[in-house]
Design a protein around this ligand. Sequence first.
Ligand code: NAD
Length: 413
Amino acid sequence: MAEHAPHLAEIEMRDNGKLAAEVTMQVRYLADYIHYYAGLADKVESHVIPTDKPGVFTYTKYEAKGVIAIITPWNSPLALTTWKLAPALAAGCTVVIKPSEFTSASMIEMAKLFTLAGFPPGVVNVVTGFGHEVGEPLVTHRDVAHIGFTGGEASGQKIYELAARSFKTVTLELGGKSPNIVFDDANLEQAVKGVVSGIFAASGQTCIAGSRLLVQDSIHDVFVERLVEFMRGAKMGDPARMETQIAPIATRPQFDKIMGYIEIAKAEGARCALGGKAWHAPSGGAFVEPTIFTGVRNSMRIAQEEVFGPVLCVIPFKDESEAIAIANDVNYGLASGVWTQSLHRAMLMTDKIKAGTVWVNNYRATSFTSPFGGYKRSGIGRESGVDAIKEYLHTKCVWLSTDLNVANPFIRR
Ligand code: NAD
């Protein structure tokens, strides 16, 4: 995978329009995911349990769940597949992958590498097609034991319902409306960069987008001014060019959805401090200008619903308790950012925010070493890190009798 990263990245960039600079780095990194879980494959150790029952030797055994269905969205197809594929293979499972109908090509190409690497036939399989036509039969297939899904909330809900009919297990990585919280004691120069990376990297088409900027009211105006200044010069254009900073939107329906939300925000009374329009590139493509709305109340749709585009809402707050209340007042809980130089504040916020990830004085880092997943409607289960392999394993408990006499059969011990 490391060797073929440039080729895979090129396909992915052409399919979803993501910056070549980002996608190449992302695809190269996938080989590290594989290495990490390959290293874990022989470290799934079971336990001897010092049980309270006399005359038995009891231990656990982990067994591969079986066939895993992996269903992924279009924004980071290979990365989000590998997050599931690597631990599933390390657990001893086989997989059937269904990539997004918008971005299937890179997965088909990556699957060839498993043949080249000498995997037995049938261990890594790919099927392509629409969610309802191909995804649903895969989810409901009797031989599939677990579904690893990343995608939108509605599809996640449907998959969860379908899986429940036959009591399959699921990991669901869904959407977000993550708060990026800037206190007045933060290093503002660093915080501006963190807020930009949170919402404008990948043109906001990322589940961890820090789409709600919560700013302490004492620095609201100066911070917004700095942010607008930073973004005014952002270079939009061809994602293949290394100097491009803002890439196009991946699909026409997604572009229409983002433009729809911009209209909703304006109708709700939010003030547009930057952008708010489509950008017509000379070479074509669906671009949305980096957009910043101020005067947003957390109850507005633009603050509550996932846009999945380069649209930032700015919401002022007075103090820590108001910041916590606003941060948690959404249906989602995927990620969050906190910018402060106070250790006390940082610790308080990491305790109180209901989200699977809290970044303090940084934003958007992920690693194969570190668990990732959501609270509330952002999902179920965790990917990455040592424990992720357990999502693909059954725990079996074995009781060996060390007593020659079988106890009274009418009394449960
Ligand atoms: P989507 O839910 O429309 O599609 C995701 C995948 O699910 C596709 O492969 C699709 O074909 C399949 N699918 C859809 N309906 C299905 C069904 N009924 N049965 C089986 N499969 C079905 O999502 P999308 O538009 O491709 O991606 C954007 C969404 O993904 C956003 O909401 C974003 O937040 C989310 N996302 C989440 C994470 C995360 O890790 N939490 C990461 C990236 C994207």
